[in-house]
Write a protein of this length. Sequence first.
Length: 355
Amino acid sequence: MKEVLQQFCFDGEPVACELFGNGHINRTYRVVCENGKEYILQRVSQVAFHHPEQLIENIDAVTAHIARKPELHQQTLHLIETKDGKKFYIAPDGEFWRAYSYISGGICLEAPRTPQDFYEAAVAFGSFQLALADFPPQRLHETIPHFHDTADRFRQLRESVAADAAGRVKDVQPELDFLFAREEELCTLCRMQAAGELPLRVTHNDTKLNNVLFDPESGKAICVLDLDTVMPGLSACDFGDAIRFGASTAAEDERDLDRVTIDLEMYRAFLRGYLDACGSALTAKEIEVLPLSAKVITGEIGLRFLKDHIDGDIYFGIHRPGQNLDRAHTQLKLVSEMEKKWDEMQEILQEVTQR
Ligand code: ADP
Ligand code: GN1
Ligand code: MG
C-alpha cells in the first residue's frame, strides 16, 4: 500500500489507509493525511473493467462537464493526479489504482430512512442525467459492453450453466427455471431500444442508493458517486436499478425471504423525485416503461448474482459463502412481489404523472 500511496499527489503525508464503503466491485480505502486531509483510494476491479484507463477518461470528461453546471447544486468526484501527471497508477503487480478527493461531511445510506431520503436520491439521479443530456455520447467508452443488455445477460447465463465451473448448477434449477420462464418479458427494454422506441441517453447505470452521498443535516443529496459505468444507456435502467435496491423492504442479501417485498411508498417517492427532476425531458414511452423497468432490472441483477454464484463468485465481492445466491434469491423474490403488486405499481405511475 505504501508504494501505491506514494504515487498520488496528496496534500499531506498519508498516515492511515483503511478499507471503506460497501461496494461490490472495487476495493475502496479511505486515506487520512497527517494534516487531516482525506482521500478515497480505489483498486479498480479488472474482472469487471477490462480497460480501466478508458473508465478514467470517461470519469474525467463527465465530471468536468458536471462541474460546469452550477445549477445542478451538487458536487462531483474529483480525480487526484499521480506524481507523473496521470490520473491512475498501474502497480508492478498489474493492479489499477485511482484516487479521489474525499467528499467530507456526507453519509451513504444502505436503505432510505424515509420516503423523503429516496425522493432526494431520485432528484439527484434525475438531475445527473439531465446535466449530461448535452454530453456527446460518442465521447464515452463503453466501460462494460452490453451492461444492461438483458438478452446478452441471458446468453452469458446459458454459457455459465453449460460450463458449470463450480459444480453448482444442480442446486439452482428452480432459480434458473424462474428466470427462463420470464426471459421474453425481461428482454422487453432491450427489444424496444433496438427498435428505436426508447432513446439512448447518457446514464449512470448503477443507481444504488449507496452510490449517492447525503448531507446529514439537510437530508439533500450532495454528490452522485461511482461513475464507472456512466455510458450511453436507457433512462429506464437508472430508474429500475434504484427501485430494486432502495424500494426493497430488506437488504440485498437478506436470507429471510418473508421480509422481502417492494415498498410502494418508496416506489412512489422515487417516481415523484425522478419525474420532478427529469420527467420533462423524457418521452411518453420512457415514462410508460418505468414500472416495467423496475421488474426488468431486478430480474437482470438477480440473473447476474445467480450467474456469479454458478461461476464460483468471481465478479461480485462476497463476505460469506453463498452470499451471491442469497442476493439472487432476494432479487427473484422482489420480481414475484412486483408481479403481485403490478396493478398498484401502474396506478401509482398514473397518479404521479397526473399531478
Ligand atoms: P464500488 O464500485 O465498489 O461500489 P464506489 O465508487 O461506489 O465503489 O465506492 C464505494 C463506497 O465508498 C461508496 O459507496 C461511498 O460510501 C464511498 N465513496 C466513494 N467515493 C467517495 C468520495 N469521493 N467521497 C466520500 N465517499 C466516497
Ligand atoms: C455493483 O459497484 P456497486 O457495488 O455500486 C454492480 C452493479 C450491481 C450492484 C448490485 C460495475 O455495484 O451493476 O447492480 O453491484 N456494478 C458493476 O448491488 O457491475
Ligand atoms: Mg458503488
